[in-house]
Design a protein around this ligand. Sequence first.
Ligand code: C5P
Length: 218
Amino acid sequence: MKKRKDIITVAIDSPAAAGAGTQAKLISKNYNLFYLDTGKIYRYIGKLKLDNKNIFNYNFVKKKISNIKLRYLKNKSLLSNEVALSASNIAKDKNIRKIVHKFQQKCAYNPPKRFKGSVLDGRDIITVQVKDAMFKFYITASLNVRTKRRFEEYKKLNKKITYNEVFKSLKNRDKSDRNRKYGPLKKTKDSILINTTKLSKKSCFKKIKAIMDKKINN
Ligand code: C5P
Protein backbone atom coordinates (compact mmCIF):
# COMPACT_ATOMS: atom_id res chain seq x y z
CA MET A 1 0.00 0.00 0.00
CA LYS A 2 1.21 3.49 -0.89
CA LYS A 3 2.03 5.56 2.18
CA ARG A 4 2.01 9.33 2.03
CA LYS A 5 5.15 10.82 3.54
CA ASP A 6 5.35 13.59 6.12
CA ILE A 7 1.74 13.44 7.21
CA ILE A 8 0.34 13.89 10.69
CA THR A 9 -1.10 10.65 12.06
CA VAL A 10 -3.24 10.58 15.18
CA ALA A 11 -4.33 7.30 16.76
CA ILE A 12 -6.97 7.17 19.48
CA ASP A 13 -8.40 4.24 21.43
CA SER A 14 -11.11 4.35 24.04
CA PRO A 15 -13.91 2.35 25.62
CA ALA A 16 -17.40 3.14 24.27
CA ALA A 17 -18.87 6.62 24.85
CA ALA A 18 -15.72 8.08 26.44
CA GLY A 19 -15.72 11.09 24.12
CA ALA A 20 -13.08 9.91 21.65
CA GLY A 21 -15.24 10.63 18.61
CA THR A 22 -15.90 14.19 19.72
CA GLN A 23 -12.20 14.84 20.29
CA ALA A 24 -11.22 13.14 17.03
CA LYS A 25 -13.60 15.41 15.12
CA LEU A 26 -12.18 18.51 16.83
CA ILE A 27 -8.63 17.34 16.04
CA SER A 28 -9.51 16.66 12.40
CA LYS A 29 -11.06 20.09 11.99
CA ASN A 30 -8.29 21.99 13.74
CA TYR A 31 -5.42 20.29 11.90
CA ASN A 32 -7.21 19.52 8.62
CA LEU A 33 -6.92 15.75 9.03
CA PHE A 34 -9.05 13.02 7.48
CA TYR A 35 -11.22 11.43 10.18
CA LEU A 36 -12.27 7.79 10.32
CA ASP A 37 -14.48 6.49 13.12
CA THR A 38 -13.42 2.84 12.83
CA GLY A 39 -16.22 1.69 15.15
CA LYS A 40 -18.64 2.59 12.37
CA ILE A 41 -17.10 -0.07 10.12
CA TYR A 42 -17.72 -2.73 12.76
CA ARG A 43 -21.21 -1.34 13.27
CA TYR A 44 -21.79 -1.53 9.51
CA ILE A 45 -20.76 -5.19 9.53
CA GLY A 46 -22.76 -5.83 12.71
CA LYS A 47 -25.82 -4.44 10.97
CA LEU A 48 -25.12 -6.53 7.87
CA LYS A 49 -25.23 -9.58 10.13
CA LEU A 50 -28.53 -8.57 11.72
CA ASP A 51 -30.12 -7.88 8.32
CA ASN A 52 -28.68 -10.83 6.37
CA LYS A 53 -28.54 -13.71 8.85
CA ASN A 54 -28.78 -16.42 6.19
CA ILE A 55 -26.17 -15.20 3.74
CA PHE A 56 -23.73 -13.60 6.18
CA ASN A 57 -20.23 -15.07 5.68
CA TYR A 58 -16.64 -13.83 5.17
CA ASN A 59 -16.99 -13.52 1.39
CA PHE A 60 -20.15 -11.50 1.78
CA VAL A 61 -18.40 -9.13 4.21
CA LYS A 62 -15.30 -8.90 2.01
CA LYS A 63 -17.39 -7.83 -0.96
CA LYS A 64 -19.32 -5.29 1.06
CA ILE A 65 -16.18 -3.76 2.56
CA SER A 66 -14.41 -3.57 -0.81
CA ASN A 67 -17.35 -1.49 -2.08
CA ILE A 68 -17.84 0.55 1.05
CA LYS A 69 -18.48 4.30 0.72
CA LEU A 70 -17.79 6.68 3.59
CA ARG A 71 -21.35 7.94 3.44
CA TYR A 72 -22.60 4.45 4.40
CA LEU A 73 -20.92 4.98 7.76
CA LYS A 74 -22.97 8.09 8.43
CA ASN A 75 -26.27 6.21 8.37
CA LYS A 76 -28.27 6.81 11.56
CA SER A 77 -29.33 3.16 11.65
CA LEU A 78 -25.80 2.33 12.84
CA LEU A 79 -26.33 4.20 16.11
CA SER A 80 -28.67 1.74 17.86
CA ASN A 81 -27.75 -0.35 20.88
CA GLU A 82 -28.66 -3.54 19.02
CA VAL A 83 -26.18 -2.70 16.26
CA ALA A 84 -23.49 -1.76 18.82
CA LEU A 85 -23.81 -5.17 20.48
CA SER A 86 -23.75 -6.99 17.15
CA ALA A 87 -20.64 -4.95 16.19
CA SER A 88 -18.86 -5.91 19.39
CA ASN A 89 -19.72 -9.52 18.71
CA ILE A 90 -18.45 -9.74 15.12
CA ALA A 91 -15.38 -7.65 16.13
CA LYS A 92 -14.06 -10.64 18.10
CA ASP A 93 -13.52 -12.54 14.86
CA LYS A 94 -9.94 -12.55 13.56
CA ASN A 95 -11.02 -12.83 9.91
CA ILE A 96 -13.44 -9.94 10.17
CA ARG A 97 -10.69 -7.80 11.70
CA LYS A 98 -8.40 -8.77 8.81
CA ILE A 99 -10.98 -7.66 6.26
CA VAL A 100 -11.35 -4.28 7.97
CA HIS A 101 -7.57 -3.79 8.32
CA LYS A 102 -6.82 -2.88 4.68
CA PHE A 103 -9.45 -0.17 4.48
CA GLN A 104 -8.23 1.39 7.72
CA GLN A 105 -4.61 1.36 6.55
CA LYS A 106 -5.53 3.25 3.42
CA CYS A 107 -7.41 5.89 5.41
CA ALA A 108 -4.59 6.26 7.95
CA TYR A 109 -1.56 6.33 5.67
CA ASN A 110 -2.94 7.49 2.36
CA PRO A 111 -5.76 9.92 3.13
CA PRO A 112 -7.13 12.13 0.30
CA LYS A 113 -4.55 14.71 -0.80
CA ARG A 114 -6.51 17.69 0.51
CA PHE A 115 -5.86 16.52 4.08
CA LYS A 116 -2.60 16.99 5.99
CA GLY A 117 -2.93 13.58 7.58
CA SER A 118 -5.38 11.37 9.42
CA VAL A 119 -7.03 10.73 12.75
CA LEU A 120 -8.53 7.32 13.50
CA ASP A 121 -10.35 6.27 16.63
CA GLY A 122 -11.43 2.82 17.79
CA ARG A 123 -10.20 -0.03 19.98
CA ASP A 124 -7.04 -1.31 18.28
CA ILE A 125 -5.72 1.84 16.64
CA ILE A 126 -2.77 2.55 18.98
CA THR A 127 -1.99 -1.16 19.38
CA VAL A 128 -2.40 -2.55 15.84
CA GLN A 129 -3.65 -0.23 13.11
CA VAL A 130 -1.47 2.88 13.46
CA LYS A 131 1.20 1.72 15.90
CA ASP A 132 3.69 4.27 14.59
CA ALA A 133 1.32 7.23 14.85
CA MET A 134 2.83 10.63 15.51
CA PHE A 135 0.31 11.04 18.35
CA LYS A 136 -1.27 8.25 20.40
CA PHE A 137 -4.06 8.97 22.85
CA TYR A 138 -6.01 6.68 25.16
CA ILE A 139 -9.24 8.43 26.10
CA THR A 140 -11.37 7.14 28.95
CA ALA A 141 -14.07 8.12 31.45
CA SER A 142 -15.91 6.41 34.30
CA LEU A 143 -18.62 3.91 33.35
CA ASN A 144 -21.28 6.08 35.02
CA VAL A 145 -20.35 9.20 33.10
CA ARG A 146 -20.16 7.25 29.84
CA THR A 147 -23.60 5.76 30.51
CA LYS A 148 -25.04 9.20 31.19
CA ARG A 149 -23.60 10.59 27.95
CA ARG A 150 -24.77 7.67 25.80
CA PHE A 151 -28.21 7.66 27.47
CA GLU A 152 -28.62 11.36 26.57
CA GLU A 153 -27.60 10.64 22.98
CA TYR A 154 -30.17 7.85 22.72
CA LYS A 155 -32.82 10.16 24.16
CA LYS A 156 -32.09 12.74 21.46
CA LEU A 157 -32.41 10.00 18.84
CA ASN A 158 -35.77 8.95 20.36
CA LYS A 159 -34.46 5.46 21.20
CA LYS A 160 -36.49 3.54 23.72
CA ILE A 161 -33.86 2.37 26.16
CA THR A 162 -33.45 2.77 29.93
CA TYR A 163 -30.41 4.10 31.78
CA ASN A 164 -29.87 0.65 33.24
CA GLU A 165 -29.94 -1.02 29.85
CA VAL A 166 -27.33 1.43 28.56
CA PHE A 167 -25.18 0.81 31.66
CA LYS A 168 -25.32 -2.96 31.19
CA SER A 169 -24.69 -2.74 27.46
CA LEU A 170 -21.58 -0.57 27.87
CA LYS A 171 -20.30 -2.80 30.66
CA ASN A 172 -20.72 -5.91 28.52
CA ARG A 173 -19.05 -4.29 25.55
CA ASP A 174 -16.16 -3.07 27.71
CA LYS A 175 -15.64 -6.59 28.97
CA SER A 176 -15.76 -8.16 25.53
CA ASP A 177 -13.60 -5.47 23.88
CA ARG A 178 -10.95 -5.68 26.62
CA ASN A 179 -10.76 -9.44 26.95
CA ARG A 180 -11.01 -10.70 23.40
CA LYS A 181 -8.07 -12.46 21.80
CA TYR A 182 -7.63 -10.29 18.69
CA GLY A 183 -7.18 -6.53 18.85
CA PRO A 184 -8.24 -6.10 22.49
CA LEU A 185 -8.64 -2.59 23.88
CA LYS A 186 -5.67 -1.64 26.05
CA LYS A 187 -3.62 1.37 26.99
CA THR A 188 -0.05 1.26 25.71
CA LYS A 189 2.96 2.78 27.48
CA ASP A 190 3.63 5.12 24.59
CA SER A 191 0.12 6.60 24.54
CA ILE A 192 -1.13 9.63 26.45
CA LEU A 193 -3.98 9.06 28.88
CA ILE A 194 -6.84 11.56 28.76
CA ASN A 195 -9.56 11.02 31.35
CA THR A 196 -12.67 12.95 30.36
CA THR A 197 -14.77 12.09 33.44
CA LYS A 198 -14.54 15.59 34.86
CA LEU A 199 -13.53 17.46 31.72
CA SER A 200 -15.72 19.43 29.35
CA LYS A 201 -15.30 18.83 25.62
CA LYS A 202 -13.55 22.17 25.35
CA SER A 203 -11.05 21.68 28.17
CA CYS A 204 -10.31 18.18 26.95
CA PHE A 205 -9.50 19.48 23.48
CA LYS A 206 -7.38 22.25 24.98
CA LYS A 207 -5.26 19.60 26.65
CA ILE A 208 -4.88 17.58 23.45
CA LYS A 209 -4.14 20.67 21.36
CA ALA A 210 -1.39 21.80 23.73
CA ILE A 211 0.29 18.40 23.39
CA MET A 212 -0.03 18.35 19.62
CA ASP A 213 1.01 21.96 19.03
CA LYS A 214 4.15 21.50 21.08
CA LYS A 215 5.37 18.68 18.85
CA ILE A 216 4.11 20.06 15.53
CA ASN A 217 5.64 23.50 16.09
CA ASN A 218 9.02 22.14 17.12
O1 C5P B 1 -16.75 2.83 18.80
P1 C5P B 1 -18.05 2.08 18.70
O2 C5P B 1 -18.75 1.99 20.01
O3 C5P B 1 -18.92 2.60 17.61
O4 C5P B 1 -17.63 0.59 18.27
C1 C5P B 1 -18.55 -0.47 18.17
C2 C5P B 1 -17.81 -1.78 18.44
O5 C5P B 1 -16.91 -2.03 17.36
C3 C5P B 1 -16.95 -1.81 19.68
O6 C5P B 1 -17.66 -2.21 20.83
C4 C5P B 1 -15.87 -2.80 19.32
O7 C5P B 1 -16.22 -4.12 19.64
C5 C5P B 1 -15.75 -2.69 17.81
N1 C5P B 1 -14.54 -1.99 17.39
C6 C5P B 1 -13.37 -2.70 17.30
N2 C5P B 1 -12.23 -2.11 16.85
C7 C5P B 1 -12.23 -0.83 16.50
C8 C5P B 1 -13.41 -0.05 16.62
C9 C5P B 1 -14.56 -0.66 17.09
O8 C5P B 1 -13.35 -3.88 17.61
N3 C5P B 1 -11.10 -0.30 16.03
